[in-house]
Write a protein that binds this ligand. Sequence first.
Ligand code: URA
Length: 240
Amino acid sequence: MSLERLDKIISNTNGFSRSQLKKLAAHGRVMLNGEVIKDLSVKADGDADEIAVDGVKLNTQKFVYIMQNKPKGVVSASEGRGDTSVIDILPPSLKRSGLFPAGRLDKDTTGFVLITDDGDFAHRILSPKKHIPKTYIVTVDTPVNDEAVNTLEKGIELHDGTSYKPSVIKPLDDSRTKLEVIIFEGKYHEIKRMFKAVGSSVTELQRIKMGALMLDSQLKEGQSRLITADELKLIENKPE
Ligand code: URA
């Protein structure tokens, strides 16, 4: 148990400044164990006490891991710089300082984005040496024949010298314009550029899985939720 000033605990967790918190507290919007607190210099235990701002309970876990179903038009970055970012659309209950997306999806790609404040974990899962599989549903404008599937599955080198490692490709319908694709690295525009190289343009791209963890089908586009400890192990393919 370690006691700290209430304003310090809250601002370390969700990034509110001390002056913002002072105003919120003056309006009776900060609670400690169910009681309205106006003087934020009181001491509390971030691990044991229940702290709430505007009725939203503070999550004081050391690190958090969030699954988001990213909609189109939202950028995978900590700051949108004119665009809306994946952090901007988190609900207040999940917001805290230091969050960033572990890996990037293009602005027009939808699906599973992992958001965390754990730099070591992000570094591990993004390391090219780890070969963590990422699974996508890809829609293209031109059918992908067996020859193109074989070419992409073997790995491909583009004219500019960029090379993509072997992938796993499964056509999902008779038109061969919808495919499940598993890649083991995460280069810039990787899937779009792979398919372009075999004559098909990607029209829709959705990430559905990281490692062995599926995107929760209950999460609507734009929604986010915490990842459980057991689910987290699935990302690194370390189920018990
Ligand atoms: N490959 C792409 O081309 N775009 C993404 O967003 C992800 C993988």
